[in-house]
Write a protein of this length. Structure first.
Length: 213
């Protein structure tokens, strides 16, 4: 080594290493929390799964409840659908509005359903309950917007006002519905989405709205 030449990692390199360590820890926590439960998983197990020391886990991400917070944040990162929501709110085609609503729900449950289930099962944690409630409310806000859009288009059946349509959308697109179709009945995500869309069309839309698309 030449005099005065430092071998310490450059700041950018250190940041990349820290980000990779953080990613490994979060992936390990996600796997173990989902597989064996939040309460039953120790920080030592998370560290071992990630291939790092226990102090590294605390230094990189913090406490065990903080791990849960960070995983909850990933729900939004992994299931972003702002493009679909914007199109949904201006579409003049009832079937297209429903299709985009089903796709929004599918993205959420296919990409982050495991974390949603984790937050619900860890309901003894105030943070988990708060995070799960926030995600649920965002979903309900979206289905209310969808129902109102269908109402403005005059597409809903006469006996189903927008508030009831929102309730039915919430029920049919809930996480348990996706789990039942894909796990209990072995449907692919494409098959489950197609079935949900066809069912919601028949349930909510006037026949002429289905024909018009």
């Amino acid at each position: 080594m030449l005099p005065g030449v430092s071998t310490a990692p450059k700041p950018q390199r250190r940041e990349q290493q820290a980000a990779e360590t953080r990613r490994l820890i979060l992936e390990a926590a996600r796997l173990l929390f989902v597989r064996q439960g939040f309460a039953a998983t120790s920080m030592a197990q998370v560290a071992a799964e990630a291939g790092v020391a226990v102090p590294t886990v605390y230094a990189s991400v913090g406490t065990k409840p903080r791990l849960l917070d960070l995983l909850a944040e990933r729900i939004d990162e992994e299931s972003t659908g702002s493009d679909l929501l914007e199109r949904l709110l201006v579409s003049r085609k009832p079937r297209e509005v429903l299709r985009m609503q089903c796709e929004l729900s599918r993205r959420l449950n296919e990409r982050a359903g495991d974390v949603l289930g984790l937050l619900r099962s860890a309901a003894t944690s105030e943070r988990a309950t708060s995070a799960h409630t926030a995600v649920t409310e965002r979903h309900r806000d979206t289905v209310r917007s969808t129902a109102r859009r269908l109402g403005r288009l005059g597409a809903l059946r006469a006996e189903i006002p927008p508030d009831r349509a929102a309730a039915l959308l919430d029920l049919h697109l809930a996480p348990d519905a996706w789990t039942t179709l894909t796990r209990s009945h072995g449907l692919t995500w494409d098959e489950a989405a197609a079935l949900m869309l066809a069912s919601l069309e028949r349930l909510l839309l006037r026949p002429k709205s289905i024909r018009k698309g």
